[in-house]
Design a protein around this ligand. Sequence first.
Ligand code: NAD
Length: 476
Amino acid sequence: MTTNNDVQLYIGGVWRKTSETLPVINPANENVIGTVAVASPEDLEDALTAAADGFRIWSKTSPWKRAEVLLKAAALLRGRSEEIARSITLENGKSINEARLEVIRGCEFFEWDAGECVRLYGRVIPSESSIRYIVLHEPVGTVAAFSPWNFPMSQPARKIAGAIASGCSIIMKASEETPTGVVHIARAFQDAGLPAGVLNLVFGHPAQISEFLIPREQIRMIAFTGSTAVGKHLTEIAARHMKPALMELGGHAPVIVCEDADPVAAGIASATRKYRNSGQVCTSPTRFFVHESIYDRFTKAFVGKATSIRVGAGMDSDTQMGPVANDRRIEALQALVDDAKDRGAKLLCGGGRLQGRGYFFAPTAIAELSDDARAMREEPFGPLALINPVRSIDEAIEKANSLPFGLAAYGFTRSAANVERLMSGIDAGNVSINTLEASRAETPFGGVKESGLGREGGAEGLYHYTIVKTVSHLIE
Ligand code: NAD
């Protein structure tokens, strides 16, 4: 067994302690609140064997049975949501309300994929009567998956749902900084009757684990969410061994506010969404390009909302924004803010770390940045909004597309013609108009350019976890 304070590995259906551990820190007060196990090469070897055993059983299990286990696990997780949400807040810092929503979202991934797995249809290709061509989608095999710290439960849930629904086994390495969310998932699947070895959890030194697992014969696919730099590195290793890689990487989401939008409503909605999860979301709205005719009203509404946000420990019920998740983010954010100010940008609100213990960074907005400001090119991944006036929608689209990223993008307009221009003009995997929601269980999600490869969720998601097998059957 494992407890919140002492997270163990889960290999072949058994919880396992290790001699080496890493500390887990509460970002709201910087206290050590537990430890997480570090897998040795022997542990990883055992995980590979267990996952191969799990795959033999699970790939032959009917889709109806897989769906039943997924739904049972999701129901157990929903029943335990308060405990899970508390563990997320303690390790990641987000407000308890945000953590509760995350748990629901994680459950939705399991529930959606439970529905999809019974519809992973192949097809029969029309042919002469003497031969039949059949196309099958078979589970790819064992998946090595890596998820980050910003959504400790829903990020691993998405990958575990995809693998389990499609009949694969999985070795999941979630973040060592926020390990308990995925532990709850494993417990729920254990209780729901998932055969041993189908889901395995490992933690440790990320580079050692990925470099050990990806080249190994048993691993047939990798799935990663995190930074573009690490994603490229893992994709290179996968390519050397000819393995498919599902990559959900960085973004730097533009928001185009057209001349005909309601500036006050758009400003309030934008600031509300920007500071969700302390801005540590790959789809977080970040580069605002606002038509000059409504720029002042938008900015005033945005700053009014940003400065009203109650920042505090996530466990306090009236907190709206918690700390950022670690001290790396504080340093990175401060460097971006200082660079922008040095280059003449205007600080509208916030601008730095808040005093006292904990990794608290004020909700920050900067305006009128030059194109060469680092923040305009590097994903801030924190509570930092960048607001610039533009003269036309064409200028905004050109600026939106000027980076090597293309994950989420947003627009505000009341004109159908502008919707068409935004929809077709913006290079991004997900374009949202008059809403700042970019991803749900039922919609395919992923990036273009350096924001990733493949799609998670929707009807498309599960196909990444399968291979296409064409059968030609000569009947006479
Ligand atoms: P990072 O790039 O070192 O790590 C990102 C994630 O990848 C972490 O969970 C880490 O454990 C994992 N990782 C790192 N090296 C790895 C390796 N060799 N093999 C396997 N996994 C590895 O940086 P960080 O400080 O943790 O996060 C900073 C940046 O990462 C952010 O600025 C943001 O751009 C990106 N990020 C993106 C997402 C997302 O949802 N797309 C989530 C978290 C972080």
